[in-house]
Design a protein around this ligand. Sequence first.
Ligand SMILES: [Zn+2]
Ligand SMILES: [Zn+2]
Length: 77
Amino acid sequence: MHTCRNCKRTFSSELELELHRDNCAAGELFCDACGERFAESEATDDGWHFHCPNPDCDGATIGENIHRVEDVRLEAP
Ligand SMILES: [Zn+2]
Ligand SMILES: [Zn+2]
């Protein structure tokens, strides 16, 4: 059983989980320092200051280490 860390949905195969992660509404931000993907609510307390929720990573700030998955998709060729 594979569980999406963001929304806690479970999938029977890793492939299904991978496909889901691309569309998961709960994983709308990612950190380019560690590659972690997470929900906005995990990364900020006040909606203004963002930091990576990964305890081993010091990535922070929208536009620096933290990016919106949507924006990155739009910029992709
Ligand atoms: Zn999910
Ligand atoms: Zn990070």
